[in-house]
Design a protein around this ligand. Structure first.
Ligand code: 3HC
Length: 311
């Protein structure tokens, strides 16, 4: 007969109770949360790199200030999420080492290059737009620290998405060259943004369990569809064309239907074969090594101060 605590745990989940770090939880629940939260945190930290590439080249002080604020927000989101993962017994050092050793996953989307300024607006509009679709339900995740981190993060994500879409609107209302810059960017970021939601439900190894444990509230395909239905009209409103010849609106279901997703590309990027995987991990490794002295100094200072206070 199974452990009675497991039955009590599932009763709590079914009653929509929040599970806190010191509560009983099945090992599988802990493991999948450490996996997902650590990867989410890595995604936020790596996500600073494509955007950071344009901070010194923003076209105006206003755009530069908004981009700086967004990149700083992503860094903060990463730190919240590392703290949430630490409440489950995973150490920060272990997570950092896994990332720089190339053993950790992070969102596939950040392995694409930011080639023009339009990509910065596109990341705000599409990537943060997709992140919001995925993160709003996570505010109701059964694990307390993750859900609470999401509530804080989602407030900042809406600013990220708005300022991104406003940038693209501005380009589309500008010269033909500026509009072409926005269309070129959409052509390069549309399909990778669709892939952010993960494999289709039939190939999702974790969804069933994550849904039963109320970590995941919607399946990958449900959230992907919500994102597509919200984003296609936004593109059309500013005169941009979605780079998908099979895109069509289904009057019956009220959904936009897309063509085939290139799952070979998705698998290639996840296996480290995306355009920027090596650069991203190398940049992170360099930051980790170059910043070691700061961490050591902060630790030594904290230990000295703690020793003084305990005299
Ligand atoms: N990139 C990288 N790996 C992905 C992925 C993606 N886009 N989609 C799925 N995967 C991986 C999964 O991690 C899993 O591999 P693993 O067992 O080694 O962890 C495998 O593919 C199978 O996928 P599943 O659907 O079974 O996995 P999940 O149930 O974990 O669902 C997910 C995938 C929807 C991404 C889920 O993990 C999740 O919701 N994660 C938290 C949210 C998140 O990471 N959002 C994206 C990045 S954050 C961001 O964009 C920052 C913004 O501010 C810019």
């Amino acid at each position: 007969e199974g452990d009675p605590r497991e039955a009590r745990f599932m009763a709590r989940i079914d009653a929509e109770e929040r599970i806190e770090p010191n509560d009983f939880m099945p090992e599988g629940y802990r493991k999948t949360l450490v996996r997902q939260i650590a990867q989410h945190a890595h995604s936020e930290i790596i996500g600073m790199l494509p955007e950071g590439n344009w901070i010194t080249r923003a076209p105006s002080l206003r755009r530069k200030a908004a981009l700086l604020a967004k990149v700083q927000d992503e860094g903060g989101h990463g730190l919240y999420l590392y703290c949430a993962a630490e409440t489950l017994g995973k150490s920060r050092e272990e997570m950092m080492d896994e990332l720089v050793d190339g053993r950790a996953k992070y969102s596939s989307i950040f392995n694409y290059p930011t080639l023009t300024w339009a990509d910065i607006g596109m990341i705000g509009w599409l990537v943060d737009g997709a992140a919001i679709m995925n993160q709003i339900p996570l505010c109701r995740c059964s694990f307390g620290p993750y859900a609470r981190a999401m509530i804080r993060i989602c407030k900042e994500e809406s600013f990220h998405q708005r300022q991104g879409y406003e940038q693209i609107m501005t380009l589309c209302a500008g010269t033909p060259e500026q509009k072409e810059l926005a269309q070129d960017s959409l052509n390069r970021w549309w399909w990778p943004s669709i892939m952010m939601f993960g494999p289709s439900d039939g190939d999702s190894v974790h969804s069933a369990k994550s849904m039963a444990w109320k970590i995941k509230r919607f399946t990958n395909d449900e959230l992907r569809q919500k994102f597509i239905d919200a984003t296609v009209p936004q593109a059309h409103r500013i005169g941009l064309e979605i780079p998908d010849p099979d895109l069509k609106f289904n009057e019956e279901t009220g959904h936009w239907e897309i063509g085939e997703i290139d799952w070979e590309e998705f698998k290639r990027v996840l296996a480290g074969g995306g355009p920027c995987n090596a650069d991203r991990v190398a940049a992170r490794k360099a930051a980790q090594e170059n910043g070691a002295w700061v961490r050591d100094a902060a630790l030594a200072y904290a230990q000295k101060r703690a020793a003084r206070e305990s005299e």
